[in-house]
Write a protein that binds this ligand. Structure first.
Ligand code: AMP
Length: 442
């Protein structure tokens, strides 16, 4: 028997604990204070601007992303988590949520609702990218989509909401904007850009030489020094805009001026997804003018996608615009800028117990205290009073209720004021009244 156990023990020891997959993270309780703060503020602002929450599946038909985000974009070509499921369907973990939101808009006949339809979402996204600080394989986005509206006032308000949310969580940010016109003008511009870049081929990085044929717009936001030098004098997409897009962009700028949104025109901003047209923007940290931001610096990004609804089989000319905020990046930036989320509310009461009988009663009375509306905590797993008082101090409870053997016999409890150290013995049936009175005095 003894040998058998020993064998079992060594067998257990040999088990290697699985790790999280590369680029994926656990979000531990200590971190949640940041997450909850962001989530709460995001929820509040979404509701304040009349957005309705939508939750969409994480797993979708692969076609949804290939068709919309674009076959030759990095997100689809290199980063899509796709596989064939047990029913032989080609599926993918969503790399972003705009395509899903538009699918849902069409599937559920939302075009029959008053337009535009305003949706918000929050959840995990997946991209099989090379992980680094601020770039993960599973990350979270909070996003807003306004579907069924073409006016630049919607773009302006969306940008404003993003800025307001960042301000709400204590961050200094600025927004970079550009217009990429229509698919047709973009095509014309691409030809011009490629012709220019070819002349400087030798100065480009390896990635950009490849992009030249497949996705030339990405040359514009390449961070390699050589490419940046070449692109400084590249033709600008704004010069290729059609009249309507130009007008739309001018109007957007007027609106942004009207509401004093601090924007910067960035002619090199093009975004990596095919479905965008006209307005594109990114929100970046504002750490002062001379601070060089890294390549993973964008906190949020968005733009118009006027063709997407039709492209997915919805009604023609359903214009739309949206944005997504990277929650991990927002939290990293909060830490970088020294923003502390407000602490969790301080507990009113810590419930301590000594001895088996007291523990049994404490389990029940704890529920009474909680049901009476107090914020009460416990450490029923601890036996010694010292350890429990330490725990009570750690969470900074205002009062500690102590229930020991003597109190069980007498039908009383001790209430200790943790600030003054004063203790009172109270009949058990007066516990709630006493606590209410004492809390009101604090
Ligand atoms: P996109 O969907 O590419 O327009 O990205 C919108 C925002 O999501 C970015 O500005 C980032 O804040 C965030 N984001 C995108 N990709 C990642 C990633 N791999 N890891 C963490 N955050 C990301």
């Amino acid at each position: 028997m003894a040998t058998e156990n020993k064998e079992e023990e060594t067998a257990v020891k040999r088990v290697k604990t699985p790790e999280t997959l590369r680029g994926m993270k656990d979000i531990l309780p200590d971190e949640q204070i940041y997450w909850e703060y962001f989530r709460r503020r995001a929820r509040e602002i979404s509701e304040a601007y009349s957005f309705g929450r939508i939750d969409m599946p994480i797993l979708e038909d692969e076609k949804l992303f290939v068709r919309t985000v674009g076959k030759q974009t990095d997100i689809v070509e290199k980063e899509l988590y796709n596989f064939v499921d047990k029913g032989e369907s080609k599926v993918a973990l969503r790399p972003e949520a705009t395509a899903s939101a538009v699918r849902a808009y069409i599937n559920h006949g939302m075009l029959n609702l008053p337009q535009p339809v305003k949706l918000w979402y929050m959840g995990p996204m997946f991209r099989y990218d090379r992980p680094q600080s601020g770039r993960y394989r599973q990350f979270h986005q909070y996003g807003l989509e306004v579907i069924g509206g073409a006016d630049a006032v919607i773009d302006a308000q969306l940008i404003l909401i993003a800025i307001k949310l960042f301000e709400d969580i204590g961050l200094k940010v600025k927004v970079e904007i550009n217009s990429i016109g229509t698919a047709v003008t973009r095509q014309e511009y691409k030809i011009e850009l490629v012709a220019y870049a070819r002349k400087h081929r030798k100065e480009l990085c390896e990635d950009c030489t490849r992009r030249l044929a497949r996705n030339p717009l990405r040359l514009l936001d390449c961070k390699a020094t050589g490419c940046r030098a070449v692109m400084k004098d590249a033709p600008q997409i704004l010069d290729w805009l059609d009249d309507d897009s130009k007008q739309h962009f001018m109007t957007l700028i007027e609106y942004l001026d009207e509401i004093s949104v601090p924007y910067v025109l960035n002619p090199h901003l093009v975004r990596g997804l095919d479905y965008y047209n006209r307005t594109v923007f990114e929100v970046v940290p504002d750490r002062g003018d001379d601070v060089e931001l890294g390549s993973q610096s964008a906190l949020a990004a968005g733009g118009r996608y006027d063709g997407l609804v039709e492209q997915l089989g919805g009604r023609e000319e359903t214009a739309a615009v949206g944005l997504a905020i990277g929650i991990e990046r927002a939290i990293l930036e909060m830490k970088q800028q020294g923003v502390e989320p407000p602490p969790l509310p301080r507990p009113d009461i810590f419930f301590a117990q000594i001895g088996a009988e007291a523990r049994r009663l404490a389990l029940r009375h704890f529920e009474e205290v909680r049901a009476a509306g107090f914020n009460v905590v416990e450490a029923f797993g601890k036996a010694s009073l010292k350890a429990q008082l330490e725990a009570s101090n750690k969470v900074d409870a205002r009062f500690t209720i102590i229930l020991g053997q003597l109190e069980v016999q007498d039908g009383t409890i001790i209430v200790r004021d943790m600030e003054s150290g004063a203790q009172e013995t109270i009949p058990m049936d007066q516990m709630l009244d006493y606590l209410k009175k004492e809390m009101a005095r604090k």
